[in-house]
Design a protein around this ligand. Structure first.
Ligand SMILES: [Zn+2]
Length: 100
């Protein structure tokens, strides 16, 4: 009887793990592609701030977001910034029109 209970636990645990992982799927690494020289650099994004300016490590061009994007990762990265991934408005709040 005791062995049976342990077996049931091991069968169910993979499902529990998968459920827990689904909660935190925010990607923190984004591959930034420089629009000037095409250099790709993988950068770790901060979860509590936005990178508005980014200097390309190869051509030293200063990248800034395209209009409508909140940060350089949203414009040039392979992954959008954490607040956008989580469905939150980004720091600048440009995604949600302000009501006045
Ligand atoms: Zn560049």
């Amino acid at each position: 009887m005791f062995v049976l209970a342990v077996e049931l636990l091991t069968i169910h645990s993979p499902f529990l793990c998968m459920g827990a992982m689904k909660m935190t799927t925010t990607m923190l690494e984004s591959a930034l592609t420089c629009p000037h020289c095409g250099y790709v650099s993988v950068e770790v994004m901060p979860t509590d701030a936005c990178i508005y300016f980014y200097e390309c490590t190869r051509c030293k061009a200063l990248l800034s977001p395209k209009s409508g994007d909140c940060c350089v990762f949203c414009s040039y990265g392979s992954v959008k910034c954490p607040p956008i991934q989580e469905g939150r408005a980004c720091c600048a709040g440009s995604a949600t029109p302000a009501k006045r």
